[in-house]
Write a protein of this length. Sequence first.
Length: 263
Amino acid sequence: MDPAAPILILDSGVGGLTIFDAVRSALPDAPVIYAADFAGLPYGDKTEAEVAARVCGLLGRMAERWQPRLVCIACNTASTIALGMVRDVLEVPVVGTVPAIKPAAALTRSGVIGLLGTAATVRQPYVDRLEAEFANGKTLLRAAAPELVLAAEAKLRGEAVSPDVIAKAAARLRDQHGGGRMDTVVLACTHFPLLRGELAEAMGPDVLLVDGADGIARRIAGLLRGQPFTPAPLRFVATGAGDTLPRYTRALAQRGFSAADVF
């Protein structure tokens, strides 16, 4: 293994930085390239065929260019739709990001779990299978909150987030039958932990918010155990960035990215 080979992390936007943060904590010396597919943002309102074709094609081109040692699809929507297809295309380990239903089921006391995700994620059979395997006998309430993706993007650009947007997303879970007993909520989009403070306030102090970032980081660290790393400047690349990319400069600099380029 080339010590300079990077970990490649892909998301539709900056939500995958929540995964990047956890990976960086677990593997501080690993070279990382983060790719934001702004040209395809958001994935959650696209068809399954559109998401699969875009993610497979994009990762194929990026892997050819950068020869990563591992690829992480840091997007629940893309992972639940295209993970198997990407693994068929690439010759390196591919780690997906799926809703953290398993840990949420272990943590709930009331037996009522909420799940916030994009419209595409909440309807996936993959989520049905996770529910059947890990939350059997419990109640899983699902709600699509696509507006939180754009709110998280705005927050990272330093823009204000409307409290009404957060409150309405929380209400979609609370207003369902059994929502009053909900004590655990799965943040089933990597963008959503960027709004953890706002969501925690809207959900109330008795509701635990769960995401899969630390588990994904542990999985990546395990797959790469024993491999040598040559530390390198962190790279951020984006598709269709146009005039948008400079608006993320401050947030990227805080995470140590030395450059932000258009792919």
